[in-house]
Design a protein around this ligand. Structure first.
Ligand SMILES: [Zn+2]
Length: 124
């Protein structure tokens, strides 16, 4: 049986969660996520794959975008969004800083480089 997008996303989030330090899991307490049909662009002219709504502690994922990406990319995307939320919860001003977010994502074992190639259209 083929996994649904919902199931794949839930599985990716479980994989990521298991790699987070306990202190980070505690910091992220109460977070949630939603799968949206699509997301409005955060940057003009650029498709938005996912976003972190920090005030609610909610991660939003675009079904249109994540349906076609492999598991490793989905895990990396999920880790990246959790990293945004973790930085915000740590009180970091730069929680929207992509470099800092990528560095935290990498510290959990998820490399953003290849995902950025896909997101930015250098690889399909
Ligand atoms: Zn980001």
């Amino acid at each position: 049986m083929t996994e649904t997008v919902e199931e794949r996303l839930a599985r990716a989030l479980r994989v990521v969660w298991q790699r987070l330090p306990a202190s980070t899991q505690a910091l992220l307490d109460g977070w949630g996520y939603r799968l949206e049909p699509t997301l409005p662009p955060l940057v003009e002219g650029r498709v938005t794959w996912a976003k972190c709504r920090g005030s609610e502690g909610t991660l939003l994922f675009s079904r249109d975008q994540i349906s076609a990406i492999p598991d490793w990319a989905l895990q990396t995307l999920a880790a990246h969004e959790l990293a945004h939320l973790a930085l915000l919860r740590q009180g970091r001003d730069g929680w929207r800083d992509e470099d800092r977010t990528d560095a935290l994502t990498a510290s959990w074992g998820f490399e953003m480089g290849r995902l950025r190639d896909i997101v930015e259209g250098r690889e399909s």
